[in-house]
Design a protein around this ligand. Structure first.
Ligand code: SAH
Ligand code: SF4
Ligand code: F3S
Length: 486
C-alpha cells in the first residue's frame, strides 16, 4: 500500500505505481504515517520505535507487539533517534519489499554508530524467512523475532541488553495472541484491524506467506467479539477482520459448537448496527454463499469484497496452485452480483508468472474487463526463494516483458476504476466520517460501504469523525468520489 513513507505496505513502491494497497484514505492520511503513536513516554522505563511494512496483518501484529512492550515498561516514540529499541516489522512478499527494509536498516546503522546502546530488532516475515542469517548479513541487528514468537520479545530484549544477539523464529500451530489487547498505533480512532486467524495452508506456488507465517489457525470467537465490542465502546465505528484467507475461518468452542466465517461475521455485525464490519482477504475457492447472504442480510457488513484473481488464464492459475479456473472465478463474481448488485469488488493481479504467454496475459486483461473491478493491487511476479514456484519452475519472463504487461494491466484498471467511479455520480451513499481531508481542512473524508473514498465539504452542521452522513456524489476521479451532504 502506501508509499507514504511509511509504513503501511511500503513495498508498494515496488512496481510502477499505483493504488497498490494504498487507498485514497491512506493517502489522505499521509504524514501521520511514520509516526506510530504518541504516548507520553514519561514514566516508562525505555522508549521504543516501530515501523511496519507489508500487509495489514503486519500492522495488526505491530499493535500486539506494542502491547507486549507496553507491559514491559516501554513507551513509544515517534522519533527513532531517541529510541532505546528500534523495531522493523518486515515483509518478504516481493524482493522489493525486502530491499526497502535493508535500505531502512542502513539509516538505523548511522544512528547506532552514534548511540551504540540502541538495540535494533527485526520482526515479521523477513525475520522468519532469513532467521539467524539476518544476524550475519546485517551486523547491526540485535534481535530477530518471527510472527509467532512475539511473546518472547521481553526475554530476547533482556538477552540483547547483555550484548548477546537473540533470535526466536519458532512457528506455532496455535498462537493467535487472542488474550493480548492490541495498543492501537497510528489510529484515526474510527477504524481498527482485528486479526481473526493466522497463517495460511494454501500453498500458492508464488507465495512466501505459508513459509513465513506457518500453518493456518483460527482465533477464539469470543475473544474476537470481545475485542470488537471493546473497540465499539471506545468510539470505533469500523472493524476489519483480517486473515490471509478469512473464508476458511473455523473455530470449535468449549461447548463443541463449530463456528464458520459466515457465523463469525454475523456475530460481529450484531454488536451494533452502528459498527461497520469489513474483512480481508477472501479466496475465490472458499468464499461461500453463506458469507454472501450474511453480507446481504446485515446492512452494517460492508458491501465490498477483495477477491484476488492473480491471473485470468486457467493454465497459469493451475501452475500457481490457486485451485480454481477462470470460469470458476467469473462464476463467483456473477454470484456476488446476483446476491448483492451494489457490491464493490477489488482484486490482486500478478503479471509475468512463469511461462505466461501473450495470450495468457490477454486472458488476464479480459477477466478484469468482465469482472469490472473497482480497484486492483497489481504486481509483476517476483520469485521468492524456497517457494514451490522457485523450486519447480523457471522464472522465464524477461523483466521488461513483465513490466510492460503490468503497465497494460494498470492502464486497463485505471479505465475500469474511472468508469466505476464516474458511474457513481448522481448516487447517494452512506459515508462513515474518518477525519479531515488532508488536502482541505474544510472537507471531511470517509468511505462508502463499497470502500470508495468520499470527500465532501463540512457544512455548518455539528459533525465528528465516527458519524454517518449521506452524501450525494457530484463528481469523481478514478480513486475518489466528491459530493455534498444531503
Ligand atoms: N492471502 C492473500 C494475499 C496475500 S499476498 C490472498 O491469497 O489473496 C498479497 C498479494 O501479493 C497476492 O494476492 C499476490 O497478488 C501478490 N503476491 C504474492 N506473492 C507474490 C510474488 N511472489 N510476486 C508478485 N506478487 C506476489
Ligand atoms: Fe499466499 Fe495463496 Fe496463502 Fe494468499 S492464499 S497467503 S497468496 S499462499
Ligand atoms: Fe508480507 Fe508477510 Fe504480509 S510476507 S504481505 S507481511 S504476511
Amino acid at each position: 500500500m502506501p508509499e507514504r513513507k511509511s509504513v503501511i505496505m511500503a513495498d508498494l513502491l515496488q512496481n510502477v505505481h499505483v493504488m497498490e494497497h494504498k487507498t485514497a484514505v491512506e493517502e489522505e492520511r499521509q504524514g501521520e504515517a511514520y509516526a506510530p503513536f504518541a504516548l507520553d513516554p514519561n514514566g516508562y522505563r525505555k522508549k521504543f520505535y516501530i515501523e511496519s511494512y507489508g500487509c495489514q496483518m503486519n500492522f495488526s501484529d505491530s499493535e500486539i507487539v506494542a502491547s507486549i512492550l507496553h507491559d514491559e515498561g516501554f513507551g513509544a516514540t515517534r522519533n527513532f533517534e531517541e529510541a532505546d529499541l528500534v523495531l522493523l516489522n518486515t515483509c518478504s512478499i516481493r524482493e522489493k519489499a525486502e530491499q526497502t527494509v535493508r535500505n531502512r536498516l542502513q539509516v538505523f546503522r548511522k544512528i547506532k554508530d552514534k548511540n551504540p546502546g540502541m538495540l535494533v530488532g527485526v520482526l515479521g516475515c523477513m525475520a522468519e524467512r532469513l532467521k539467524a542469517k539476518f544476524l550475519e548479513e546485517e551486523k547491526l541487528v540485535d534481535i530477530v523475532v518471527g510472527p509467532d514468537a512475539y511473546r518472547s520479545l521481553p526475554g530476547l530484549i533482556m538477552e540483547a541488553e547483555t550484548g548477546q544477539k537473540s533470535v526466536n523464529v519458532l512457528l506455532s500451530r496455535d498462537e493467535t495472541y487472542a488474550d493480548i489487547s492490541p495498543v492501537r498505533l497510528d489510529s484515526n480512532g474510527v477504524s481498527a484491524f482485528v486479526t481473526i486467524m493466522r497463517g495460511c495452508n494454501n500453498m500458492c506456488t508464488f507465495c512466501v506467506v505459508p513459509f513465513t507465517r506457518g500453518r493456518e489457525r483460527s482465533r477464539d470467537k469470543e475473544s474476537i467479539i470481545k475485542e470488537c465490542q471493546d473497540l465499539f465502546s471506545r468510539g470505533f465505528r469500523e472493524v476489519t477482520l483480517l486473515g490471509q484467507n478469512v473464508d476458511s475461518y473455523y473455530f470449535t468452542d468449549d461447548s463443541g459448537e463449530n463456528i464458520d466465517f459466515a457465523q463469525l461475521l454475523a456475530g460481529v455485525a450484531e454488536i451494533s448496527p452502528l459498527l461497520r464490519v469489513r474483512f480481508s482477504t477472501s479466496h475465490p475457492k472458499d468464499i461461500t454463499d453463506d458469507v454472501l447472504y450474511a453480507m446481504a442480510q446485515y446492512p452494517n457488513i460492508c458491501k465490498y469484497i477483495h477477491l484476488p484473481v492473480q491471473s485470468g488464464n486457467t493454465r497459469i492459475l493451475n501452475l500457481m496452485n490457486r485451485t480454481y479456473t477462470r470460469e470458476w472465478y467469473l462464476s463467483k463474481v456473477k454470484r456476488i452480483r446476483e446476491i448483492m448488485p451494489d457490491c464493490g469488488l477489488s482484486t490482486d493481479v500478478i503479471s509475468g508468472f512463469c511461462t505466461e504467454t501473450e495470450d495468457d496475459h490477454q486472458d488476464t486483461l479480459s477477466v478484469m474487463e468482465q469482472s469490472r473491478f473497482d480497484m486492483a493491487y497489481m504486481f509483476s511476479y517476483s520469485e521468492r526463494p524456497g517457494t514451490l514456484a522457485a523450486r519447480r519452475y523457471t522464472d522465464d519472463i524477461p523483466e521488461e516483458v513483465k513490466k510492460r504487461r503490468l503497465i497494460e494491466i494498470i492502464n486497463l484498471q485505471n479505465t475500469l476504476s474511472r468508469e466505476s467511479y464516474k458511474g457513481d455520480i448522481g448516487k447517494t451513499f452512506e459515508v462513515l466520517i474518518e477525519g479531515n481531508s488532508k488536502k482541505k481542512e474544510t472537507d471531511w473524508v470517509g468511505r462508502s460501504t463499497q470502500n470508495k473514498v468520499v470527500v465532501f465539504p463540512k457544512n455548518s452542521q455539528e459533525l465528528n469523525k465516527g458519524d454517518y452522513v449521506r452524501v450525494l456524489i457530484t463528481s469523481a476521479t478514478s480513486a475518489t468520489l466528491l459530493g455534498q451532504m444531503v
